[in-house]
Design a protein around this ligand. Sequence first.
Ligand SMILES: [Zn+2]
Length: 71
Amino acid sequence: MDESLICSAKGCRDAAVWVLAWNNPKLHTPERRKTWLACDEHREHLAQFLGMRGFLKDVVALKDWQEAEGA
Ligand SMILES: [Zn+2]
């Protein structure tokens, strides 16, 4: 796994296992997807942060996301 794929939570250096796909309708066109990476511990926290703002579109296991991207 790519060493740069670490959790996006502040201060966390754990390997990411989840991808949170999100979109801010004020900044992004509807098809656009921004992504955050999350470890198991922070997936819920980050998903809640995005969910509260109505930004969260999808939560996908990192390996499934990479397969879908053809990586
Ligand atoms: Zn984390």
